[in-house]
Design a protein around this ligand. Structure first.
Ligand SMILES: [Cu+2]
Length: 148
């Protein structure tokens, strides 16, 4: 393979990776998620959002009085049948957080647990990589052109 071809492919890969990262990362947005609470679980049991999202959780109970408390975010709400609960927060911390029932709702109440997953925001990382890639690509291109 010719050297110039190798160079061209190298630059293409250098630029393609951050473009793929940027294309797959969603913009932060408003997310409304409905969670059903029933003795002794949440449906869905795991909720996934992206870092920066403004998340509103609507809690619905169909049997008894339940609560929802998110460890780490320290936010909570509760719901009774016909009386939904609601809580809103901005998902600024990434990681996996435990959501637990905050109202004693029966014998297995301590095992009533769900999870909140906050995925990281790769947009800054992707943008920096792209900028550096374009810079390195241009410098290499210019330096090759100047050779006799
Ligand atoms: Cu409960």
């Amino acid at each position: 393979m010719k050297n110039s071809m190798k160079f061209f492919i190298m630059v293409l890969v250098l630029l393609a990776i951050p473009i793929v990262i940027l294309a797959q990362t969603e913009e932060p947005k408003e997310k409304v998620i409905t969670i059903n609470a029933q003795q002794f679980s949440y449906t869905p049991g795991t909720v996934e959002v992206n870092r920066g999202d403004r998340v509103t959780i609507r809690l619905i109970s169909t049997d008894v009085h339940h609560g929802l408390y998110i460890d780490g975010y320290e936010v909570s709400t509760d719901a009774r049948p016909g009386q939904d609960g609601s809580l809103t927060f901005v998902a600024n911390d990434t990681g996996k957080f435990v959501m637990r029932c905050s109202v004693t709702c029966g014998p297995f109440h301590p095992y009533m647990i769900g999870y909140l997953k906050v995925k990281p925001d790769y947009r800054l990382f992707g943008s920096i990589w792209l900028a550096v890639g374009i810079f390195i690509g241009s410098v290499l291109l210019v330096s090759r052109r100047q050779k006799p």
